[in-house]
Design a protein around this ligand. Structure first.
Ligand code: GLU
Length: 284
């Protein structure tokens, strides 16, 4: 609501597909400090929809790493794998609006089509799905599904934006942003192997958990337009965002989970204290 000041509720939302590294420590401490400085709440959410890649041991370890770093969080931890019904309900709402279509493409199909298209549409975050399955007739789509071909559900983003009308969102660093149809892309909202996707579950959960300030790395800046669109379609509250710069190594490269030497565990094993690791994470 214009003029009203919401209590600050931030969250850290790691995926337990590996051990936390310094980049995660930076993101977690950033969200935690922002909440605590404002007298607000900090939540922890485990983004484990990818049941094939997530491992319980990484969840146990990340909780221990965060506590070791000195973080605490409010309320229970939300585990996405326990809430597939919430995402199914949201997906059904979007389907009822006529905004979803089945996509039977494999990754290889999508890559080939993007490669072939002379004017492949590009979103700010990379190549956008060119839309091969958007034009399937409902009968053909039904037939293929009935024949057992695996499919994902995609959002018809332009149609969705035509329904909501122009949208904006606010980043505390970058200011007010407009949602542009050219850069949206028909993202997957339910994957072939799981009844949701990153975009859908993150949007639903931020609303269910009452998150008022989404703090996360700037690498997800362009995903926010999709989340803003989904909030409008699902009539969810609209938070603010603060996309912070990513921590980089000495050569300016982004830190990744595969960079095992920089995992918090590895750093701990060298005898560093929590304060020293916080400093390495750029959070003195
Ligand atoms: N689970 C996401 C990640 O580990 C974070 C998503 C978000 O903060 O919106 O990158």
């Amino acid at each position: 609501m214009p003029g009203s000041v919401l209590p600050v509720v931030t969250r850290f939302a790691p995926s337990p597909t590996g051990h936390l590294h310094l980049g995660h420590a930076h993101a977690a401490l950033f969200g935690w400090r922002t909440a605590r400085a404002a007298g607000g709440q900090f939540l922890l959410r485990i983004e484990d929809i990818d049941t094939g890649r997530c491992r319980p041991v990484f969840e146990t370890d990340l909780i221990e790493d965060l506590r070791w770093l000195g973080l605490d969080w409010d309320g229970p931890i939300r585990r996405q794998s326990a809430h597939f019904d919430d995402y199914r309900a949201a997906r059904a709402q979007l389907e009822a609006l006529g905004l979803l279509y089945r996509c039977f493409c494999t990754r290889r199909d999508v890559a080939a089509e993007i490669g072939e298209a002379a004017q492949a549409p590009h979103g700010l975050a990379g190549s956008l799905y060119p839309g091969r399955c958007r034009t399937l007739s409902p009968a053909e789509s039904d037939d293929r599904a009935a024949a057992g071909h695996p499919f994902a559900w995609r959002l018809d983003a332009r149609r969705a934006l035509a329904l909501t009308g122009p949208l904006t969102w606010t980043d505390r660093l970058a200011g007010t942003q407009s949602v542009c149809p050219e850069t949206l892309g028909d993202v997957v909202l339910a994957r072939k192997d799981t009844p949701t996707s990153y975009h859908l579950s993150v949007t639903v959960d931020d609303a269910i958990q009452g998150v008022t300030l989404v703090t996360r790395g700037v690498d997800l800046f362009h995903a926010t337009a999709i989340h803003r669109l989904l909030q409008a379609l699902l009539a969810l509250p609209v938070p603010q965002w603060h996309h912070h710069p990513l921590l980089t190594d000495d050569q300016g490269r982004r830190l990744a989970k595969r960079d095992g030497a920089r995992s918090l565990r590895a750093l701990r094993a060298t005898g560093l204290s929590p304060a020293q690791v916080r400093a390495l994470a750029g959070m003195t």
